[in-house]
Design a protein around this ligand. Structure first.
Ligand SMILES: Nc1ncnc2c1ncn2[C@@H]1O[C@H](COP(=O)(O)OP(=O)(O)OP(=O)(O)O)[C@@H](O)[C@H]1O
Length: 328
């Protein structure tokens, strides 16, 4: 995918700002459906220009949050600022610079791709030759024909790609995507993710997903949402480093199960579980005490120590540590 025609151009105004505002700033944001709390006083800071992944299992509250950010749903409490302006029901202008791809994009099935994008463009205030050019460019970008085929005949993947084109029609400064890759085959996923990378630094991309490898592939920032709470938010490096330091990988010659049992009794042991390479992964309240204590536990068990190291954690490991559940 080639992005240069459809990318928003960096504005002089934003270049002049020493500290551009956060693309998304949520403060104590809550949403309840009756007695069910879907979002529980979340604070979220999405830096401008970032590719930000919001990961969470089914039911975490991802779609609820994205619907609030796009103005499709109202928060029960708290505030949202988008690109420096407060999101309010009586101020539709705030949403002018936003593109949105819902989890299941809806179209009029009797329309063609061009007609759907013309409608979306007009709703964004575009018209004339400028709109026609943008329709051509965005369709080319998502590899869809401008022909006579009706959307009702499209595959799921084609509908998803048309949804991306629709979200980009107004050259948004903030692109919100709800599970953008879930309906795509591996080649389509790779293509969409590669395209999102080309937007880095020019448009803020905020997307929700439960596919951790997608986040690892393209995101520079990540937040973990679970049961309506933000458990963690940081850069990808900070997330891995923070959790890696607290987790120690222990590899022994034999008797790993017996050793794991002994380690679990130590006062500094938070959790002990098998790692991907057959080693024992130890999460410790005091990593230094754990690094000192583990060799003597290995020696007293009469087995040999092969490796004792800070763990190299994948996002999958971090997610498991934070939520206590593997990603679906
Ligand atoms: N309109 C609604 N009425 C009642 N409960 C709702 C409504 N919308 C969402 N919920 C509940 O709020 C919680 C969060 O749902 P949400 O769809 O935001 O999660 P999600 O992280 O997007 O999950 P998924 O990946 O399955 O789409 C769930 O428990 C869901 O059942």
């Amino acid at each position: 995918m080639e992005a240069q025609h459809i990318l928003p151009q960096p504005s002089q105004e934003s270049a002049d700002l020493a500290n551009p505002p956060a693309a998304v700033e949520c403060s104590a944001l809550s949403k309840a459906f009756g007695r069910h709390v879907a979002l529980d006083a979340i604070d979220l800071h999405v830096p401008p220009g970032s590719i930000f992944g919001l990961v969470g299992p089914n039911g975490a509250g991802k779609t609820t949050l994205l619907r609030i950010l796009t103005g499709l749903s109202r928060a029960s409490a708290g505030s949202v600022h988008l690109l420096g302006r407060e999101l309010r029901a009586d101020d539709p202008d705030v949403r002018r610079d936003i593109g949105y791809l819902p989890d299941v994009p809806a179209f009029y099935d009797r329309m063609t791709s061009t007609q759907a994008l013309r409608l979306a463009g007009r709703l964004s205030g575009l018209d004339g030759a400028g709109l026609s050019g943008r329709i051509r460019d965005t369709l080319q970008l998502v590899r869809l024909e401008a022909g006579k085929q009706r959307i009702g005949k499209y595959s799921r993947g084609m509908r998803q790609r048309l949804g991306v084109a629709q979200a980009l029609i107004n050259a948004p400064k903030l692109l919100l995507l709800d599970e953008p890759t879930s309906a795509l085959d591996p080649a389509g996923r790779k293509e969409l993710l590669d395209f999102l990378v080309t937007l880095r630094g020019r448009t803020t991309v905020f997307f929700s997903t439960h596919i951790l490898s997608d986040v690892e592939r393209v995101c520079d920032h990540v937040a973990v949402l679970d049961k309506g709470k933000v458990l963690s938010q940081s850069t990808m490096e900070e997330l891995r480093a923070r959790h890696g330091q607290q987790t120690i990988a222990v590899e022994v010659t034999d008797g790993a199960e017996q050793l794991a049992h002994r380690i679990a009794q130590a006062p500094w042991a938070l959790s002990v579980r098998p790692g991907p390479g057959g080693e024992i992964m130890v999460r410790a309240t005091d990593p230094v005490a754990a690094q000192r204590g583990i060799p003597s536990l290995v020696a007293s068990a009469g087995i040999g120590l092969v490796r004792l190291d800070s763990a190299e954690l994948s996002l999958e490991d971090v997610f498991l540590e934070l939520t206590g559940e593997p990603a679906q």
